[in-house]
Design a protein around this ligand. Sequence first.
Ligand code: GLN
Length: 292
Amino acid sequence: MISESSLTCESLLNQAAARIKGDSPRLDAELLLSYVTGLGRTSFRAWPERQVLEDQAQQFFELVAERVSGQPIAYLLGQQEFWSLPLIVSASTLIPRPDTECLVEAALSLELPEHALVLDLGTGTGAIALALASEHPNWQIWASDRITDAVELARGNSTALGLPITVVQSHWFDQLPEAQFDLLISNPPYIAASDHHLGEGDVRFEPSSALVAGYDGLDDIRLLVSQGQNWLNQGGWLLLEHGYDQGEAVRHLFAQTGWHKIETRKDYGGNERMTLARKPISDESARKAHAQ
Ligand code: GLN
């Protein structure tokens, strides 16, 4: 039995925030209480003495206990915002990160055809594909994932947001229909199997299929760089997210396999976070374009 006075929003939030570790205990507590009660977070400040129902308090403390054990807040809420889009998330795939919004920005900075054909490889929740769809309704956007649950999740998010994309189940390029894209974009797994970060924070609860790529973290990036040109129009782009310390290695991979315009860009924290490159335009088509 929880005492009456401890059922105010303020008291519940204080008790929870004292237990939750991490960067944002108060925010986490507010998000969980808002989720359980349906009350907006601002109401906790405007009306701290408001009482919640006893079973809501119980449910709240169950969630707080899971958060204390390290469960990511996004999995507990079943939702994460990305590019201002509320995305449904699940433990079958990665929680979209703010840094990946920089990848979306980079894609939007490219000169692409009005009706560009775009593919987001390893889409997970569909985050990148849906962000691009929200900006460019004229683009034809495809997304792929190897994991059945992720394919369903991305399709569910597409429907819920009313942003049409075509989601196919495929391990990278394996099951893709013949197509020549203008842009291939991906946030692939890029963590080295031995990286100690895998034992810390949210990633402990995320599937290794979305995180880990071989001994140096570059297995999937190597595949995307070596096969990407087969799926691109001449002059098409491949844009990849990678680890903060992988920029040089990824530029080298691109250079080794004959890509042009190789460029690394930074994330909000100033780390080298993504590299893009262009499929060369053959002399023949460059001559034709010039002659026109
Ligand atoms: N950026 C994520 C992290 O380090 C990893 C994402 C990924 O492997 N694609 O937590």
